[in-house]
Design a protein around this ligand. Sequence first.
Ligand code: CU
Length: 389
Amino acid sequence: MRQAAKIFSLILGVLIISGYAFAEYGLNFPAPATDIGQEIYDVHMFTMIVSTILLLIIFTIIIYSLFKFRKSKGYEADQNFHKSWFGTWSWVMVPAMVLGVDFYIAGEAQGVLDKFWNAPKQNCAREGANKDHCFDMNVKTIGHQWWWEYEFPEQGVNFNGKFYPIKVESRALDKDQTSEELYLRDVDNQLVLPVDTTIRFLNTSVDVLHAWWVPELGFKRDSIPGYIMETWATIEKEGTYRGQCAELCGTWHAKMPIVVKAVSKADFEQWIEGEKAKLLAKLQEANSNKDWTKDELMTKGEQVYNTMCAGCHQVSGLGLGAAFPALKNSPVAMGPAAEHINMVLNGKNTMPAWKQLSDIDLAAVITYERNAWGNSASVVKPADIKAAR
Ligand SMILES: [Cu+2]
């Protein structure tokens, strides 16, 4: 009896703890926002219903038998059951029926998988495209340790004869930048997407395996460096959908949340126009021969530092443990500009290379590191970066 009480309280304890852990998630998957998501949800519900019915039938028989044929009533095991017609054939019929149900579920699931794997290859805008199975736009999702980059290859601006696509860098917000319940689920820049538009996602990574996963969209597929994995979706409902990286990708895997904001086509156009204007202003600024003052570089540099570098080197410039060195009083940050520039441009060991940043951003962040937190060293100008590239 004491044993039973112990087991009972253990089960109760586990239930209570898991109740807390899952309190905010509700009982089922979130309501899907795409038709493939809906089909996956339907297969899931069908499977759950079948297994619940089987569970009820089996438990009813077991409990009934335990009670009805109990020893205290004097029941003895039936020694002739296997000689009857049912006794001979039931062990073939019952598994065959169960297998039939299994195959049916597998067939349903395979149908959804086929539909999902068969990503549209043709642009709907192209003449002769198969109108039943084409995409309206592409979105590239690029995994980085540890943030997401999005690119809209068809939307962008022409500048000096070159096409620059819209890019969005999306990083997790820290504890004090968001609410308690959205901690690790919120980002600085959301991915804005239009509804009722067939979107082909081109998923890739620049370092290790990641996986761009938003449950409401219904799919999950690894992002593999050097490969492009296609997924696709037509979002049917406006709303904010949250997901996360779903492939273990290192120390800060948990800091790769995804936020998709699905808006109407008109709102999306408006958002894209805003992004184009911002991009154009940035390109123009980078191309002007403006002479940046130290104050201007410091202000811009603080911004760049806090988004790009503080994750490892910390806002305080004090670094983190043995892995990420302090920049306050660092011999590199306080030393000759050329070595400092080389370190940031080309990286070293786990320190990433930052070539992709503009001359202005690099000059600003380096000047900032040389003169923040009580450091004091020479100012670095965009022209110095250009010369060092
Ligand atoms: Cu990841």
